[in-house]
Structure formats: C-alpha cells, structure tokens
Design a protein around this ligand. Structure first.
Ligand SMILES: C[S@@+](CC[C@H](N)C(=O)[O-])C[C@H]1O[C@@H](n2cnc3c(N)ncnc32)[C@H](O)[C@@H]1O
Length: 211
C-alpha cells in the first residue's frame, strides 16, 4: 500500500529519532567546514538551517551574530541542539518539524542545507520550499556529499536524496549562481566518514528592481 505524506513523515521521524538515540552524539559537534567557508563573507542577518541535526551549524552561525532558526524532523536531535545552545547562552529558534512545512511563509537572508536527507521524490516540494525561504537579496547554500567512487561500498546512494545538482537547474530566473563546484571537504570528517568531497551550490536571489 502507498504511504500518505503524513505516514511518510512519521516513518522518517521515527527512523531519524532511532538513529540519534542509538548514539549519545551522532555528529562531530563541529560546524561543517563548507558552511564556514561559504558563510564567513556574508553580511550577517537571519539564517535558516534546514535539517540541522544536533545543531552544530546553527550554533556556529549564532556565534557569528546571525539570528538563527533551525529545523529538524528529529525531536531527539533538536533536544540536543537546544541543550547545547542553552549551555552556550545562545538564543536559537530550534523547531522539531518537517522542512519545508515547519517554516512555511518565513524568509531568511541565508538558507543553509547541509547533507540533505530528503528523498528524491520530494524534490519539487523541497526545491520550492528552499527558494521561497530565501529573502530577496539572500543566499541559498546547499552542500552535499560528492558521489562515491565505489557505490557498492557506500552506505547510501546519493541519487536517492535531493542534492545540490538537483536544485541548481530548478532555480530559474532571478537567481545568480555564485558557487557550483566540487571540493575537498574541509576539516574533520564526521565519525571517520568516507565522504571526502563536498558538492557546493551557493546562489543569490535577486533584489526586486526599484522602479
Ligand atoms: C545527514 S543529516 C545532516 C545533519 C546536519 N545538517 C549536519 O550537517 O550535520 C540529515 C538531517 O536531516 C533531517 N531530516 C530528514 N528529513 C527531514 C525533513 N523532512 N525535515 C527536516 N529535517 C529532516 C534528519 O533528521 C537529519 O538530522
């Protein structure tokens, strides 16, 4: 039987909650190097971290002065992010919910999505949600794992999930692609991950023309 969207979201939530519960800390606790590289030269404003996991990127952005909203489908991950933000005295809006519905109608100067886990079947909704979440003049940053050399040895097939190279052709008019490249993944890898290269899409939404 085909699952309804609600049932799919429930299944994804349970799966991710179980995955987070299986370890005291799933990710490194450090911000992603490609976020640091791509966001350091941006004018600080409001930021959204979509699929924020345990919140390391959101925390780094808040420490740089951004006003941060972060959303993740896993309440377990969000609770960890909240605890760490509180410990550091940072006010971050952390939402346990599904992207894009949980932030529908809000816009941000930076929308950051690192290592997305949205099924490729949700591409249209995710891509629309990302575009709509970026304020005029703002930046969309999507970073994914480069496809592995040896797909059989990989833990997942990137083609099963929405990736930067799926989003880029859907941007359309009113967007300027500032970065579209594959680079060595900076810094420490999460738990010895085999993913050593990032695919980076950084695009800026046009300001409405003054007339
Ligand atoms: C591979 S992890 C990346 C986490 C974090 N961005 C990082 O770089 O460490 C993908 C995250 O997406 C979250 N996620 C999956 N589907 C989601 C959805 N529909 N809405 C919001 N978050 C989702 C998962 O719970 C998980 O935390």
């Amino acid at each position: 039987m085909t699952k309804t969207p609600d049932a799919e979201a429930d299944a994804a939530r349970e799966e991710w909650d179980d995955r987070y519960r299986s370890e005291d800390q799933l990710w490194s606790g450090k911000a992603n190097g490609s976020l640091e590289a791509e966001a350091s030269d941006l004018t600080v404003g409001t930021a959204l971290d979509a699929g924020c996991g345990e919140g390391a990127d959101a925390i780094w952005l808040a420490e740089q002065g951004w006003t941060v909203t972060a959303v993740d489908i896993s309440g377990v991950a969000i609770d960890r992010g909240r605890a760490e933000a509180t410990r550091r005295g940072l006010a971050i809006t952390l939402i346990a919910g599904e992207f894009p519905t949980a932030v529908e109608g809000s816009t941000f100067d930076l929308v950051s999505l690192h290592y997305p886990a949205f099924p490729i079947g949700d591409l249209d909704a995710v891509s629309r949600g990302l575009r709509q979440a970026v304020a005029p003049g703002g930046v969309l940053l999507v970073v994914g794992h480069a496809p592995p050399q040896d797909l059989e040895a990989a833990t997942f097939d990137p083609a099963d999930y929405v990736q930067p190279w799926d989003i880029e052709p859907l941007l359309g008019q009113g967007w300027t692609v500032e970065v579209s490249e594959t680079r060595a993944r900076p810094g420490d890898h999460h738990h010895g991950s085999h993913h050593v290269e990032d695919v980076i899409l950084r695009a800026r939404r046009a300001q409405p023309s003054a007339s």
